[in-house]
Design a protein around this ligand. Structure first.
Ligand code: NAP
Ligand code: G3P
Length: 488
């Protein structure tokens, strides 16, 4: 599929107005695999002029798309969902090479994306508006009726991160399209080959010219230009809190939907099923080397059961497989780049220096950091508060439920939290108090299933995603008030 979108020199093109166009600027970014440093391809570092064309095209095309029957939009999405599955092997392999994700997770991301797109089409077909009688408000009669429907916003700018280059792109594009918007899609640079592949799938599925356009280039170079572009009507961003905050500072009067960083806590109480808690903590903390926004990123355990929990976590960590997914099936893979690995390593070193007790791991080979567990982490250590986006978990021992809640809520982040307990009253008490978008009771923190609402509070985001929620977020209400001359 990718060979169809390269120029004669093998460089990738971008999808603009229904055509795969060659770079005008002639500057390219070379994408290499974090697994073996092999060259995967070059994508254009698009110029401002090229960005202008992408946005202008999207603006024009959206005027027609908004009038396209929802049923017809859905048919295109169903085809896209099918084509994704037809190309599952190739796309999963590309993803593994481009972002160093293990094979199993790549395959499940691809099939999950197909399901997401299909579900989005189904949901959008079944959304409807409402009519509100005026007579329910004091002083008014029923001769006044407000017919409320939802309208698209216009051009949606979709910016995705490296870690889910297919799913977190499609989960922006599909709801935007079903809502009648056009899309300018800027993938993460490391992940842009997967992004272009996805765009090719949407094109092959019959997305009309101009409805989906791609922009490649480094966020540090074109990010400010595109996010403040006058032609953009809505920004759906997933990525770091740092960049999310920057976007919210420099944009003006453009609605934002943001999924940002997290420091999800797993709170383990004295009556918890410790096997269940340990399994979920290990799976939630170390899969894809912790490079998930919803990864478990700290453990708050009450003193009474801390030793037992640690023993169980240690046992389960022994089963984690570590290494290069090119060579074998592994759970823990090399991090995306050396900057990320250096950052995680700094957190590990600082925790050790400040007296945290290393239980497992603490070993590094290049960008591969072995799954690491620290006990006796205190609130003086960076590891207690910062998002490593790597395979290291701090255990913070607490005296009771309220201390766990207090530490959990002191974080600048508020994505999700998990509580492990057999006591439904404690579960609800904690769920009620945690300042997060979602609380998982007796499960690891995680986004899916993807039709559930997904949101972060504080520095973890703004707005709510999830199939129906995303469609709604990318529409606005439009009220037409009918005033009848009589009310017999
Ligand atoms: P990132 O560095 O913030 O990049 C995210 C996206 O923003 C990329 O497409 C990047 O492009 C682009 N970008 C960079 N600078 C920009 C700017 N000034 N203006 C506009 N766009 C800009 O994040 P990442 O390293 O890819 O992903 C990891 C982070 O994402 C973690 O903090 C993680 O928690 C968060 N995340 C959150 C969720 C969630 O649902 N809450 C999900 C996944 C990830 P380039 O690649 O070209 O720099
Ligand atoms: O970090 C990306 C976010 O979408 C997480 O999804 O399924 O890994 O919880 P999941």
């Amino acid at each position: 599929m990718l060979n169809n979108i390269r120029d004669e020199k093998g460089n990738f093109k971008n999808l603009i107005n229904g055509e795969w166009v060659q770079s005008i600027g002639g500057n390219f970014i070379h994408i290499k695999s974090p697994l073996d440093d092999s060259f995967l391809g070059s994508v254009p570092a698009m110029t401002k002029e090229e960005v202008d064309v992408a946005v202008k095209t999207a603006k024009e095309a959206q005027k027609r798309w908004r009038d396209t029957a929802i049923y017809e939009r859905a048919e295109i999405l169903y085809r896209a969902a099918d084509i994704i599955l037809e190309n599952e092997a190739e796309l999963s392999y590309l993803m593994m090479m481009e972002i160093a994700k293990d094979r199993k997770s790549c395959r499940s991301e691809v099939s999950r994306t197909s399901d997401f797109i299909r579900f989005t089409a189904d949901t959008a077909k079944n959304l409807s508006g409402e009519s509100i009688p005026g007579g329910s408000f004091p002083g008014f009669k029923n001769n006044k009726v407000s017919i409320v429907k939802r309208e698209p916003l216009g051009v949606v700018l979709a910016i995705s991160p490296f870690n889910y280059p297919v799913n977190l792109a499609a989960s922006k594009i599909a709801p935007a399209l079903m809502a009648g918007n056009s899309v300018v899609f800027k993938p993460a640079t490391q992940g842009s080959l997967c992004g272009l592949y996805l765009a090719k799938i949407f094109e092959a599925a019959g997305t009309p010219a101009g409805i989906l356009n791609t922009v490649t280039g480094k966020g540090s170079e074109i990010g400010d230009y595109i996010t403040t572009h006058k032609g953009i009507d809505f920004i759906n961003f997933t990525g770091s809190t740092e960049i999310g905050k920057r976007i919210s500072e420099i944009t003006s009067m453009v609605p934002l939907l943001m999924e940002l960083g997290g420091k999800d806590a797993a709170i383990v109480l004295k009556d918890a099923d410790l096997d269940l808690a340990a399994s979920n903590i290990v799976a939630g903390g170390y899969s894809y080397s912790g490079q998930r926004c919803t990864a478990v990123k700290r453990i708050l355990v009450v003193n009474e059961v801390a030793d037992k929990l640690i023993e169980k976590i240690k046992e389960k960590m022994k089963k984690l497989t570590v290494g290069n997914p090119l060579e074998k099936d592994v759970d823990v893979v090399p991090l995306i780049n050396s900057k990320a690995a250096d950052f995680v390593w700094q957190l590990i070193e600082e925790a050790e220096e400040k007296g945290a007790k290393l239980i497992v791991g603490g070993k590094r080979e290049g960008n591969l950091i072995y799954p690491t567990l620290f006990d006796r982490v205190t609130t003086e250590m960076r590891l207690a508060w910062e998002e490593p986006f790597g395979p290291v978990l701090p255990i913070i021992r607490v005296n009771d439920v309220d201390e766990a809640i207090e530490i959990a809520n002191k974080s600048e982040y508020g994505l999700q939290g998990a509580v492990f307990t057999e006591n439904i009253n404690d579960a609800f008490y904690i769920a009620d108090k945690l300042e997060v978008g979602t609380v998982q009771v007796n499960n690891k923190t995680e986004r899916g299933p993807d039709h559930f609402p997904f949101l972060g509070v504080k520095s973890s985001g703004m707005g709510t995603q999830g199939v129906r929620y995303s469609i709604e977020a990318m529409t606005r209400h439009k009220a037409t008030v009918i005033n009848l001359s009589s009310n017999k």
